[in-house]
Unconditional design. Structure first.
Ligand code: CTP
Length: 403
């Protein structure tokens, strides 16, 4: 999504300035066009040559340059940018922007621009918690700047606390969010993700191959579009996406309880979780010993979560998934009707690029009228985008959210 996006990165003079090199490299790798501004202090920590090489562009450092190079950088960069990012941002630049001071190229450009701007403070924990710095940060937030929370951990000044530059992957995700139109602003989406685990005894359980990637991708894509997310996740070994609420569960029964508690507060419910249909009838207190030639397990049926929502869904948009190995469309249509869904996302486990644990999916989206749209292989984030586009169409028909 960063392909051809024009990012102007401002680097200020903190020890985390060296991490800006990795940020530029990642942005360029993802297809962004990056121009860099550095303050005098930033150049004490890392050289413009590094940034020029990585960004493949001239680096802007001076307000006053000879007439033959003069392109009014503070104005031309403001026009060029789709978004500005300042990383790392010192207390000094935050204070200058908050006070309207323009005494170098970066601070002057900030005054001359009105593009979406992300500021990533990085400094000593005491400096960050200083009431004046906090007041400046709050002022910037109120003015419309997006301020990323600093990370906690070991700081360069040999103390530990809050003040580290967030991980590059988190900054990249925040830039993507910054650049995404907020067409789901105000919409409340409940997403379930991952497998469930149904324990047999203290060391064993029944589960399936779901990794949670599709559900987590939906949470990421919906967050970028401004939705308010509640994620109910079975055991998944993935970085947690940004969400208002994350509830971790283990079994189908726990997922059922969590969904039933929260779905009434949602406008949209997307059930990407691969819920175990059955669980062991009894849970052995102690480890089951290998003292028989054969062992039979008695299973009982789990509650069908989406079917229970379907019975009482009101005006909510209900989206389910169908992972099949045969008769994909017929089975999916059948589930959509039986469980009273608005959309079902069908995918065939046998198809190359589809299914569990991959970063890609091959989906067909079917609605209540029977209309179906098939997509080629795409990333799970792109698939999530296509699903949300279809949800939006239904929402605008129901006019629950304003576009
Ligand atoms: N689902 C659910 N609760 C269950 C089982 C499934 O909410 N106990 C949801 C899934 O999250 C998915 C949809 O129902 O959105 C379809 O799940 P799937 O496993 O494909 O279908 P089943 O109804 O379980 O039918 P079968 O396993 O026989 O294909």
């Amino acid at each position: 999504m960063l392909t051809n996006k024009k990012i102007v990165l401002g680097i200020t003079g903190g020890i985390a300035a060296y991490k800006a090199a990795e940020l530029i490299r990642t942005l360029v790798k993802e297809g962004a066009l990056v121009k860099v501004m550095m303050t005098k202090s930033a150049m004490e920590f890392i050289t413009p040559l590094t940034m020029q090489t990585l960004s493949r562009n001239q680096v802007y450092t001076d307000m006053f340059v000879p007439a033959d190079q003069y392109d009014m950088a503070h104005i031309s960069l403001a026009e060029f940018a789709d978004a500005f990012v300042i990383a790392p941002a010192t207390a000094n630049i935050i204070g200058k922007i908050a006070s309207g001071i323009g005494d170098d190229l970066l601070s002057t450009t900030m005054m001359a621009q009105s593009k979406p701007t992300l500021i990533c403070p990085a400094m000593n924990d005491k400096m960050l918690s200083n009431p004046i710095v906090q007041e400046n940060i709050n002022k910037l937030k109120k003015t419309g700047y997006v301020i990323m929370d600093s990370a906690e951990g070991e700081l360069a000044c040999k103390t530990a606390g809050k003040g580290r530059l967030p991980d590059i992957a988190d900054i990249i995700e925040e830039i993507k969010t910054l650049l995404t139109p907020k067409d789901f602003k105000g919409a409340r989406i409940l997403i379930t993700a991952g497998p469930t685990e149904e324990p047999l005894d203290p060391v064993r359980f029944i589960t399936n191959l779901s990794s949670g990637k599709m559900g987590y991708a939906l949470a990421v894509a919906a967050h970028r579009r401004g939705a308010n997310i509640t994620l109910i996740s079975g055991p998944a070994n993935l970085p947690l996406p940004a969400a208002e609420k994350i509830i971790k569960v283990r079994t189908a029964k726990e997922m059922h309880k969590a969904v039933m508690t929260h779905y009434r507060n949602a406008d949209i419910i997307i059930k990407a979780a691969a819920v175990a249909d059955y669980c062991p009838k009894t849970l052995a207190k102690e480890k089951i010993k290998k003292d028989k030639k054969a062992l039979s397990l008695e299973l009982e049926i789990n509650p069908d979560i989406i079917a229970d929502i379907g019975k009482n869904k009101g005006n909510r948009v209900l989206v389910g998934f169908a992972m099949e190995t045969q008769n994909l469309l017929a089975n999916a249509r059948d589930k959509l009707k039986k469980k009273n869904m608005d959309l079902i996302v069908a995918n065939n486990l046998q198809e190359e690029g589809a299914g569990f644990r991959t970063d890609t999916n091959v989906i067909t989206i079917i609605d209540r009228t029977g209309e179906c749209e098939s997509f080629g292989k795409m990333t799970k984030i792109e698939a999530a985008g296509a699903i949300l586009d279809r949800v939006k169409k239904i929402m605008s028909k129901k006019s629950n959210i304003k576009n």
